[in-house]
Write a protein that binds this ligand. Structure first.
Ligand code: PMP
Length: 361
């Protein structure tokens, strides 16, 4: 069976060479006589895999030497809850800039722990824009300011995350990490689930400025403590070794392909092609996001008549284009264009969209 072009928002398509290498190494990792997933996380084999993944991620993202890199088990939502436990005192004010569904999730997670203040929100216009920095009402004593770099469902992405003053800037980069160069030194914390641009679901990345680890935070179990996790190299307990291994292979692949500068160019070309097809369709397809903040990673779009949704999805699948159904919160379609989606996949999608319009227009 041949592989389809998979536009899933996450878990998402992985680079084919990564899957092939994982297959080839499945039964015997580098002569160890066992799969990497069968070996102790404290043994030399996995320790090497783990260390290389961290080093390679540092190289890929140009992470400053003094920043801490963690690979916690689980997803981004867990990190959202851990942020106030580690970096805010009980009930302290924390600022949230709300630009979509995942910003709301972030607030929901912290409600028991901090006074989450919505410093700016585009909810009134259905999260189709990003409030101008001049309209943000940041608090004087916020423990931190939280933003979502790319809203995976609403398809809204900061082109430049504004300066927020003295409070540490914490950004959820789940769905856009490694898609373009980012100056990590501007952030107190960059985090996300790996299952879009960095590999498989089940593991997260957390990049921390060291001074944040000096904060007392609030009462929490050791397992929820970033300082303890940092001291133990994210291995306070058994880490998700298989996911870590796949993440490592994915990062190596990105480095071999030319790194984030290369992926920024590819992403720009892919996004331009798809938005061009939507905008050039004379209203047969439409995207409703403010053009200035349209996501390069997740492109939600609608057909002019939703009775065509099912035929579109069925015919797309028959043409080898899968996972295009939009999130249930928005309906319509969504195409995710992560790093592992080849440009040929977007060309196939836009070609199909043109043909579909001719047949049904
Ligand atoms: N933030 C963003 C931007 C996301 O896209 C997602 C998942 N799609 C999450 C947070 C939640 O991640 P997880 O499911 O890994 O907890």
């Amino acid at each position: 069976m041949s592989r389809a072009y998979n536009f899933s928002a996450g878990p998402a398509t992985l680079p084919e060479p990564v899957l092939q290498q994982a297959r080839d190494e499945m039964l015997d990792w580098h002569g160890a006589g066992a799969s990497i997933v069968e070996l102790s996380h404290r043994g030399p084999e996995f320790m090497q895999v783990a260390a290389e993944a961290a080093e390679d991620l540092r190289t890929l993202l140009s992470i400053p030497d003094d920043y801490v890199v963690l690979f916690p088990a689980g997803g981004a939502t867990t990190q959202q809850a851990l942020i106030p436990l580690n970096f805010a005192t009980p009930g302290q004010r924390a600022d949230y800039v709300l630009t979509g569904h995942w910003g709301k999730t972030a607030i929901k997670q912290v409600k028991p722990y901090v006074d989450a203040h919505v410093a700016a929100s585009s909810e009134a216009d259905g999260f189709r824009s990003i409030p101008a920095r001049d309209d943000w009402s940041l608090s004087k004593d916020a423990a931190y300011v939280h933003v979502t770099a790319n809203e995976t469902i609403h398809g809204v992405e900061f082109r430049e995350i504004p300066d927020v003053g003295n409070a540490p800037l914490i950004a959820d980069f789940s769905s856009s990490i490694a898609s373009e160069p980012v100056d990590i030194s501007r952030f107190g914390m960059v985090y996300g689930g790996a299952q879009k641009n960095l590999g498989p679901v089940g593991i997260s990345f957390v990049i921390l400025r060291p001074d944040l680890l000096e904060r007392a935070g609030q009462p929490r179990a050791d397992i929820f403590d970033y300082r303890s996790q940092a001291a133990k190299g994210s291995m306070l307990n058994t880490p998700p070794t298989w996911n870590w291994y796949l993440l490592g292979l994915t990062v190596k692949w990105m480095l071999a392909e030319g790194g984030v500068a290369e992926f920024a160019q590819r992403s720009a070309r892919k996004a331009a092609l798809l938005y061009g097809a939507i905008d050039g369709s004379g209203g047969f397809y439409r995207n409703e996001v403010d053009v200035a903040v349209r996501s390069r990673m997740n492109v939600p779009f609608f057909l002019h008549d939703d009775a065509l949704d099912k035929p579109f999805l069925d015919e797309a699948r028959a043409a080898g284009l899968i996972s295009l159904k939009g999130h249930r919160a928005l309906g319509g379609m969504r195409a995710s264009l992560y790093n592992a989606m080849p440009e040929a996949g977007v060309e196939a999608l836009t070609g199909f969209m043109g043909e579909f319009q001719q047949r049904h227009g």
